[in-house]
Design a binder for this molecule. Structure first.
Ligand SMILES: CC(C)(COP(=O)(O)OP(=O)(O)OC[C@H]1O[C@@H](n2cnc3c(N)ncnc32)[C@H](O)[C@@H]1OP(=O)(O)O)[C@@H](O)C(=O)NCCC(=O)NCCS
Length: 115
């Protein structure tokens, strides 16, 4: 049964400007070490940061829990590249299906909460 859905879009430039202005303070506030390590491997890391930012917003919408924060969720990729959501510090039994896409200028993401 589907319990919730969320979607989000963000300009890649918005993330780039935040990183240029706040540097590691911004990165460490929003992203986990695994997410930062993943994005840094790419030629255009801001697209991957933006995708993770968007998918976390989509997850927050799907879950409808105002107490969730950036570090409660880590996004990794399975061997095929498919993004996978892991919860930190909190015990969530439900499954979350997520999807991310990015172009040069925008990143979009969706999340579906199953119960
Ligand atoms: C999967 C595929 C469609 C992604 O296309 P793409 O144009 O690179 O995707 P976009 O630029 O829109 O989005 C990139 C995001 O797609 C997601 N993605 C990558 N591979 C994926 C996959 N196998 N399944 C689902 N999502 C995937 C990632 O989240 C990625 O962003 P991230 O690296 O920042 O996490 C493409 O790699 C493809 O056609 N692969 C061959 C077919 C296939 O399904 N292969 C899977 C191997 S089992």
């Amino acid at each position: 049964m589907i319990l919730g859905a969320g979607i989000d879009i963000i300009e890649v430039e918005r993330i780039q400007k935040a990183v240029e202005r706040w540097g590691d303070v911004f990165l460490n506030h929003v992203f986990t070490p695994a997410e930062i390590e993943y994005a840094r491997k790419f030629k255009f890391p801001y697209r991957h940061y933006a995708g993770r930012f968007a998918v976390k917003e989509a997850i927050f919408k799907a879950m409808g829990n105002p107490d969730l924060s950036w570090h409660d969720v880590t996004i990794t990729n399975d061997p095929s590249g498919k993004p996978v959501c892991h919860f930190n510090h909190i015990d969530i039994k439900n499954r979350l299906l997520i999807s991310i896409s990015h172009s040069r200028d925008y990143a979009v993401a969706s999340a579906t909460l199953e119960g």
